[in-house]
Design a protein around this ligand. Structure first.
Ligand code: PLP
Length: 391
């Protein structure tokens, strides 16, 4: 079974149930916005639509600062955040307890920054004490960057507590909230976050294609310190700020905006607003608890203990001796259901991951998923071929 609705009846050949940590399956009206007539990306009508979308994002971020919608994936936003805030040659402290922490390091290195990692166990929370210790050894660091929900391990890092360290040191604080914004609490200004990055295709519930970059009121001082002409033009946050102000009444960004993607994002934000952020988050948490109970019932142990539950993403171990990539292949081949494998050297084929970060994901979807997983046997390929031959 693919979808409860007849949403994709004419597209069965490729429509899959997406239970991965992005992209998610958007709601119907969000998808429909992608098929609306293309609008020009400038003029008063479009500027109003864009600004409304930005204002809704400000509420989700919890900021009175600026939000920029950039055409590009989440990584482009991370690239913009790091490249705009820290001059080449200076130090950045980066929390690393998974694949996406390593990715932040890679971005920083690509800008010629001196990366000081705070290394944590994959599958453990990054300890604020460890961040403090490293920070006290590198008082000349220019910024601190951390991943909120580490999508590779499902670990939620304590960004609020770590923010206090950055604030005490008076260095800019960058947070990768690509997989958490819209699904986990976020109070950017209150938590002292200077730049916070997300993307359209995860908890924000829209198709891939847009990065959202929120810049807190206090962040511009650090950004303005970076010499011009050092990190290119497209991803320089100053360029985005300039057009937002100089062309405010007709074209508040420097490039051709992906207008249909913005229309879709606006719809998904309206849906989030209508349901209520708290109610949406509570719904995801219910899915997580239900999934964990079911996984234990079928003896596929959750990767993290319940105290470390991520409301929008769950990882589990497969049966002993089975590479989890095989379970992922089984789910997609036999059940048209896409789940994710383990990411990175340490967890590839060790765990599998299930995303429940879309408003379209229901308790019934989780129940179906559990039934399919319960039916998994290491020799599924042979029984599947036999069945295909019989049919
Ligand atoms: C998905 C993800 C990214 C990368 O986002 P893209 O849109 O694929 O560029 C970065 N960080 C985290 C935590 C993610 O989950």
């Amino acid at each position: 079974m693919r979808y409860q609705t007849d949403q994709f009846d004419d597209k069965k050949d490729y429509a899959m149930k997406l239970l991965i940590p992005g992209p998610v399956q958007p709601e119907q009206e969000v998808l429909q916005a992608m098929g609306d007539p293309v609008q020009p990306h400038y003029g008063p009508e479009w500027t109003q639509i864009y600004n409304e979308t930005v204002d809704m994002l400000k509420t989700v971020y919890g900021t009175t600062g600026d939000v920029f919608i950039m055409v590009g994936s989440g990584s482009s936003g991370l690239d913009a955040a790091i490249g705009s805030m820290v001059p080449t040659g200076e130090k950045i402290i980066v929390g690393v307890n998974g694949f996406f922490g390593e990715r932040l390091c890679a971005i920083a290195k690509a800008y010629g920054l001196d990366v000081i990692p705070v290394s944590g166990e994959w599958g453990q929370v990054l300890e604020p004490g460890d961040v403090s210790k490293i920070a006290s050894q590198h008082t000349d660091a220019s910024a601190l960057a951390i991943v909120h929900l580490e999508t590779s391990t499902t670990i939620v890092n304590p960004i609020k507590d770590i923010g206090k360290i950055a604030n005490e040191l008076e260095i800019p604080y960058i947070v990768d909230a690509v997989s958490s914004l819209g699904g986990l609490p976020m109070d950017m200004d209150e938590w002292g976050i200077d730049v916070c990055v997300s993307a359209s295709q995860k908890c924000l519930g829209a198709p891939p294609g847009l990065a959202t970059v929120a810049v807190g009121p206090g962040a511009w001082e650090a950004i303005d310190r970076v010499p011009e002409k050092s990190h290119g033009w497209y991803l320089d946050l100053r360029v985005w700020k300039h057009y937002q102000q100089a062309w405010a009444d007709w074209h508040p960004f420097p490039i051709t905006m992906a207008t249909n993607n913005v229309l879709a994002l606006r719809k998904s934000l309206e849906s989030l607003q209508a349901e209520g952020i708290e109610a949406r988050m509570a719904r995801y948490r219910t899915l997580a608890v239900h999934l964990r109970e079911g996984l234990r019932r079928i003896e596929m142990r959750p990767f993290t203990p319940d105290e470390l539950l991520a409301p929008v993403l769950t990882a589990a171990y497969g049966p002993p001796g089975v590479p989890t990539g095989d379970i992922v292949a089984y789910m997609s081949t036999v059940h048209d259901t896409k789940i994710a494998g383990g990411l990175g050297e340490k967890l590839k084929d060790v765990i599998f991951r299930i995303g429940h970060m879309a408003p379209t994901t229901s308790i019934e979807d989780i129940d179906d998923l559990l039934l399919y997983l319960a039916d998994f046997t290491p020799d599924w390929r042979s029984t599947f071929t036999e069945k295909a031959e019989r049919d």
